[in-house]
Design a protein around this ligand. Structure first.
Ligand code: SF4
Ligand code: SF4
Length: 206
């Protein structure tokens, strides 16, 4: 799941200051699940734009903004898009790009795309994968240091954590604290006996 956070409304208004006749495109996939692009958020956005003096010509929520086939597929859901002079997409950057590829008017993002994460037990979990293209997560108890450690350390903790919190971002748990706890839990602390070449991302047993 792509994790996005809603831009402050003032920032959206500033982006749209020279635009009008706005059509809002939501996303019924990730953005809906994390409440930054589903129907309640799209309706709220339309109302706030109208209240701010903008003309909203309509809105639509495709099943996934990153998987819109064509302009006609949006017209099918709401023909009002043909009157739009501007599109506001309430999805991740991928959704914004895909929608921009099928329309001939300026397209703006309402969200900031943050990370590749997930959702469990009703909670959104960000930064689970940095999409490195070479997955080694199983060596780390399936807790990815490439994504969760700000220093991207593959060969152990930097030593700066305090009470299990990251020295770079004390709001977050140290990735290596999580990794060690997980490896202990699954009985695979032996995996810590692997050294990594951070440049090559290859491993050598020691
Ligand atoms: S190693 Fe980490 S960043 Fe790379 S693909 Fe696997 S989970 Fe994603
Ligand atoms: S404290 Fe932990 S998560 Fe933070 S930079 Fe150091 S090793 Fe990485």
């Amino acid at each position: 799941m792509i994790i996005s956070s809603a831009k402050p409304f003032e920032e959206i208004l500033e982006m749209l200051k020279n635009e009008d006749d706005i059509f809002v495109v939501g996303c019924n996939a990730c953005a809906a699940k994390i409440h930054v692009g589903g129907e309640p958020e799209v309706l709220e956005m339309c109302k706030r734009l109208e209240d701010a003096g903008k003309h909203v010509v309509g809105w639509v929520i495709p099943s996934a903004a990153c998987s819109v086939a064509s302009f006609d597929s949006l017209v099918e859901k709401n023909p009002a898009i043909k009157d739009a002079k501007t599109i506001l997409v309430m999805a991740c950057g991928s959704g914004v790009s895909i929608v921009a590829g099928v329309v001939d008017v300026p397209v703006y993002p309402s969200n900031d795309t943050v990370s590749l994460g997930g959702r469990t037990q009703g909670e959104v979990v960000p930064e689970l994968c940095a999409m490195c293209g070479e997955c080694k997560i199983h060596y780390f108890g399936s807790v990815c240091p490439k994504s969760l450690c700000p220093k991207h350390l593959l060969n152990g903790p930097c030593g700066g954590s305090v009470n299990g919190k990251c020295e770079i971002d004390p709001e977050k748990d140290c990735a290596w604290e999580l990794i060690c706890n997980r490896l202990e839990k699954i009985g695979r602390l032996d995996l810590l006996d692997i050294t990594w070449d951070a440049e090559e991302t290859t491993e050598d047993s020691v």
